[in-house]
Design a protein around this ligand. Structure first.
Ligand code: HEC
Length: 152
C-alpha cells in the first residue's frame, strides 16, 4: 500500500513537471498569394470543407484545441502538426512546383478516398472534420478536376 502511494505520488509529480516543457504554438502569418484556397479561388463551400478538415495540420492556421495544452497530449498534437505541415502545407501551396502539386493532389484524393485523412483519431474530437461520404466526394471531385485541367 505504501509503495502504491509512492508510485502515484511520483506519477503526479512527473505529470506536473512535464507541463513546464514549452511548446511553440505560434502560427507563421499566412500570405494569401501563396495560400491554397485564396490563390486557387476555391469556391467557398469547398474551401470551408478543406479548412475544417485539413487546415489544422496542413497549414499555418492551426487552431489548437484545449487538450493540446496538456502534456504529454500537447506533444503528440504538435508532432502531428509539424509532420502534417512537412508533407503538405496549404499555406505555402504556391511555392510548390508543378510536380509536387500534382503529387499532393493525387495523394489528397487517395487519402480522402481511403479515409486515412483527415486522421481518424482527430475526427473523433472534430465534428466539422468528420466528413460525410458526400463531402468526401465533393473534395475528391474538386481535386480531380484540378488534376485533369492542370490548374494547380
Ligand atoms: C490531425 C492532423 C491531420 C489532419 C486533420 C489531416 N492530416 Fe493529412 N497528414 C497528417 C500527418 C501527420 C501526415 C504525415 C504522416 C502520414 O502520412 O500519415 C499527413 C499526410 C498527408 C498527405 C501526404 C501523404 C504522403 O504520402 O506524403 C496528404 C496528401 C494529406 N495528409 C492530406 C490531407 C487532407 C486532404 C486532409 C483533409 C481532408 C488532411 N490530410 C487532414 C496529419 C493530418
Amino acid at each position: 500500500m505504501k509503495m502504491g502511494k509512492k508510485i502515484i505520488f511520483w506519477i503526479l509529480v512527473s505529470f506536473a513537471l512535464i507541463q513546464f516543457f514549452p511548446i511553440d504554438r505560434t502560427n507563421i502569418p499566412v500570405d494569401s498569394a501563396k495560400n491554397f484556397v485564396d490563390a486557387r479561388k476555391t469556391p467557398e463551400k469547398i474551401a470551408t470543407l478543406i479548412k475544417n478538415a485539413c487546415y489544422d495540420c496542413h497549414s499555418n492556421e492551426t487552431v489548437y484545441p484545449k487538450y493540446a495544452f496538456i502534456a504529454p497530449i500537447s506533444w503528440s498534437v504538435k508532432s502531428h502538426v509539424n509532420e502534417g505541415r512537412e508533407h503538405l502545407n496549404f499555406s505555402t501551396w504556391e511555392t510548390y512546383n508543378k510536380d509536387l502539386k500534382e503529387n499532393m493532389l493525387t495523394k489528397a484524393v487517395q487519402t480522402i478516398q481511403n479515409k486515412t485523412m483527415p486522421m481518424p483519431g482527430y475526427i473523433v474530437y472534430h465534428r466539422d472534420a468528420n466528413l460525410s461520404d458526400a463531402e468526401r466526394a465533393l473534395l475528391i471531385q474538386y481535386f480531380e478536376e484540378m488534376l485533369k485541367t492542370k490548374t494547380y
